[in-house]
Design a protein around this ligand. Structure first.
Ligand code: HEM
Length: 477
């Protein structure tokens, strides 16, 4: 055992394990790792305390590279888990739902309820099928005019905000300054999801509040109570409409106002399992999951995509020149800087991977971020390039995609738990961005308001946290 490993093991097994994770690491130039020592054979070592450090959050990729190259299955005794970092290994585990299952998901259950994330096999498929059809294909196509309308309504509101000289949106002569997350990206995905679920428009703002509270409730004990309360409020609200929808189903309408299919709430209300209707708790959990899973993720995708494109003007010009390139920009953004880092799995049986024995029931962290930057799959992975020839840009498949040197990114996972919202979030980000572009003349980043890197001049790296604030400026005339 290496000296760092035994040191960490001693610390982790001491009664003061929290103390063990507190260590200050220097902030390094982007792409360079702190030297954490070497084993006798020259193998670079990784001190797991780096994983909790500000340095790692802003500059994660050199550390993931150490893991991929030297410790592809890393037994982290400090956090009591195994980190799996190579694309091929992660894909294999995701496909094997029985050998690497999702139970339990930790604190999410308390806030979101009993969701399909915790299920496997037949029961998991049944739950997914209940609503999955509404988020794809023709049902989704039929929603696009509504998505466009929502985007336009949100942008229409900017004029009033600018008149009030809001801190987040103001005019200065011929230019407008605005902060994109507050003025658009935070709320847009939640509004879209509410619409598809079939909630009345008046409820959308309330949903945004429930969503925020539930999400912060997942973040830790201080906000957990607020998250559970928000979920209870959501459940009370849903209970009120369940009976009504069972009697009077409501429909999604196409752009001409013709009913296309029953909305998701109505479907869930009418569903019987073994002769019994789904309980209100089951319906609420499904709804909480869809609202919860579709918000921050799509918000992050929109924010990261705009930031990356505006910082690569030639690629931004390419999407201006040809709207089809938005699809490429969306997928390359999710490969380069996804809004979700990875997923936990628990192995059902003892396994051995890359010489590391993992006892049954261990927590194995599948690092999608690292898979997306695995140079065994993607050339120069740290480069943002919407025209790369090794990324698959086509329709995402649950079976994943790997053909003629092109692989899908891992941001939506693969296998049985592949994100069912992948298609709708794609449409939200692309349709919403096309409308944003049509309503802003010569948009650019107001870098003076953006956080800076350690040199005090260049923009702070995106790291593993999606861009929180994006200050834009555009010409009004
Ligand atoms: C860019 C946006 C999004 C990203 C990056 C993303 C990512 C993911 C990932 C990685 C998973 C797999 C979890 C696992 O393997 O354990 C997942 C699952 C899920 N996502 Fe998304 N998601 C996005 C948008 C959405 C949207 C818009 C919705 C809903 C409308 C949604 C609903 C769900 C649900 C319900 C699951 C659970 C699926 C299951 O366990 O079978 N997601 N998502």
């Amino acid at each position: 055992m290496s000296s760092v490993e035994s040191f960490i093991e001693d610390l982790a097994s001491s009664t003061n394990a929290d103390f063990a994770s507190v260590k200050e690491f220097p902030l390094m130039p982007e792409g360079e790792a702190v030297d954490m020592g070497h084993a006798e054979d020259g193998t670079p070592l990784l001190d797991p305390r780096i994983l909790d450090s500000p340095e790692f959050f802003r500059n994660p990729y050199p550390y993931y590279r150490i893991l991929r190259d030297h410790h592809p299955v890393f037994h982290d005794k400090l956090h009591n888990c195994y980190w799996v970092t190579r694309y091929d290994d992660i894909t294999e585990c995701y496909f094997d739902d029985e050998g690497f299952n999702t139970i339990p998901k930790g604190s999410s259950s308390g806030v979101l309820g009993n969701t399909q994330l915790e299920l496997s096999g037949v029961e998991h498929r049944r739950r997914r099928n209940l609503y999955g059809q509404h988020l794809v294909g023709q049902s989704l196509q039929a929603r696009i005019p509504a998505i466009e309308k929502l985007a336009n309504e949100m942008i229409d509101a900017w004029d009033a905000a600018a008149k009030d000289d809001s801190a987040l949106c103001s005019d200065n002569g011929d230019t407008r300054q605005l902060e994109l997350s507050s003025m658009f990206a935070n709320e847009f995905p939640i509004r879209v999801v509410c619409e598809v679920l079939g909630f009345p428009k008046e409820a959308q703002s309330q949903f945004y509040y429930w969503y925020n509270s539930m999400m912060s409730g997942l973040g830790g004990s201080a906000t957990h109570k607020q998250g559970v309360e928000a979920r209870q409020d959501l459940e009370d609200y849903v209970a009120g409409i369940v009976e009504e929808r069972r009697q009077n189903p409501t429909y999604l309408l196409d752009q001409d106002g013709n009913p296309t299919s029953k909305d998701i709430i109505t479907k869930l209300c009418e569903t019987k399992v073994d002769g019994d209707f789904l309980s209100t708790e089951e319906i609420t959990s499904n709804i909480a999951l869809i609202v919860g899973a579709g918000g921050e993720t799509t918000r992050g995708a929109i924010m990261n995509m705009w930031t990356l494109l505006l910082r690569h003007p030639d690629q931004f010009d390419a999407v201006i020149g040809d709207g089809e390139n938005w699809d490429k920009a969306f997928h390359e953004t999710l490969r380069h800087s996804s809004s979700i880092g990875g997923q936990p799995r628990h192995n059902t049986f003892d396994v051995e991977m890359h010489g590391v024995k993992v006892p049954a029931g261990s927590l194995m962290q599948m690092v999608d971020f690292s898979a997306n930057h695995d140079e065994r799959i993607f050339k120069e992975p740290e480069t943002f390039d919407i025209f790369r020839d090794d990324l698959y840009y086509g329709k995402l498949l649950r079976s994943g995609y790997r053909k003629e040197g092109r692989c899908s990114h891992m941001a939506f996972g693969v296998g049985p738990h592949l994100c069912p919202g992948a298609w709708i979030s794609h449409q939200e980000a692309v349709v919403g961005s096309k409308i944003l572009l049509s309503r802003m003349r010569k948009p650019r980043i107001n870098e003076s308001k953006m956080p800076k890197d350690i040199d005090g001049k260049s923009p702070a790296p995106m790291g593993i946290i999606s861009i929180r604030e994006l200050w834009l400026e555009y010409d009004l005339s």
